[in-house]
Write a protein that binds this ligand. Structure first.
Ligand code: ZN
Length: 299
């Protein structure tokens, strides 16, 4: 078995005796499938890895049946980052960037978000189908890292107090990422306010002591990692949910999208339409005969 231990899952845990709920996400081989399919420069791959990991950890804290999407739009060298996470654990993502501006930015010494993304916002939506209301959250890209931007979101929305740590590595063929998120839940176990505040502070301080190398060391099992961090209060981990790279594109879905545009806008000089899925790079070609069928006759 060559599979790396403890990769590609999200896992919920409870810190015993405190009103704190946590989520641990690790992505390895499945993340590598996303990154390898795109062949982006390392700085873009790393931001995409962080975005996917942040998406997975945020999604794991939500009760939903459908699709969670985290989208980061900005005016910097990387203008778009998208991460999709279905409630079944399928992840996919892609980025858009300007190679020239990216090269210029590489020379600058500043934190990743201001340098690579610039000004913009982070938004997420939860789509549970046509009969359900879409849930949406949005926040300015205010922070040095994506984790800080997420903190900003939680601070400025009526959400639970939250702390997140994210780490990603994409170089040298070694692709992996992880996120640990803790959230302060409403009073349940700790009746005393000062004690609850104390417990929460301790939880956040321990999270801040976590090293990227520890989170990304997949030989350290989730149980070992969580025990190492939170053994003093006691920690209970629930069954992990596997995460897999899977795109939801298909010839049929692409055909539906094509149909919403005039035929003249989608065909090339040879009368064929060629579509490449931005998420997985799958190619979908439509011949003139197929397009006839799609558009209901020749035009
Ligand atoms: Zn696809």
């Amino acid at each position: 078995m060559s599979q790396v231990l403890g990769s590609d899952f999200s896992q919920t845990f409870q810190i015993e005796g405190l009103d704190v709920r946590g989520r641990l996400v690790r992505l390895g081989p499945e993340l590598a499938k996303v990154i390898d399919a795109h062949g982006y420069p390392d700085s873009v791959s790393e931001m995409l890895a962080e975005t996917l990991t942040l998406g997975a950890v945020l999604a794991s804290a939500l009760k939903y049946d459908g699709l969670f999407t985290l989208q980061i739009q900005s005016d910097g060298p990387i203008s778009l980052l998208v991460a999709d996470v279905t409630s079944a654990g399928a992840v996919r993502g892609y980025a858009r960037f300007d190679a020239e501006r990216l090269e210029q930015a590489a020379a600058r010494e500043s934190a990743p978000v201001p340098r690579l993304l610039g000004a913009g916002h982070l938004a997420f939506t939860v789509d549970q189908g046509p009969d359900m209301e879409r849930y949406q959250g949005i926040a300015a890209l205010d922070g040095a890292t994506l984790a800080e931007c997420a903190h900003h979101y939680f601070r400025h929305s009526e959400q639970l107090e939250t702390a997140i740590f994210i780490a990603a590595r994409v170089t040298g063929g070694d692709i992996r990422a992880g996120a640990l998120m803790v959230q302060r839940m409403p009073h349940q176990h700790v009746p005393d306010e000062a004690e609850a505040e104390d417990g929460w502070r301790r939880t956040v301080a321990i999270l801040a002591s976590l090293k990227a190398a520890e989170l990304l060391d997949f030989n350290l099992t989730p149980d070992q990692l969580l025990y190492r961090l939170y053994h003093e209060d006691g920690v209970r981990a629930f069954a992990p949910q596997p995460l897999v790279h899977q795109c939801r594109c298909s010839q049929g879905k692409v055909a539906n999208t094509l149909k919403s545009f005039p035929r003249a806008e989608v065909v090339g000089d040879d009368g064929c339409a060629r579509v490449v899925c931005e998420f997985c790079k799958a190619h979908y070609d439509f011949s003139p005969v197929q397009l006839d069928a799609l558009y209901g006759g020749t035009e």
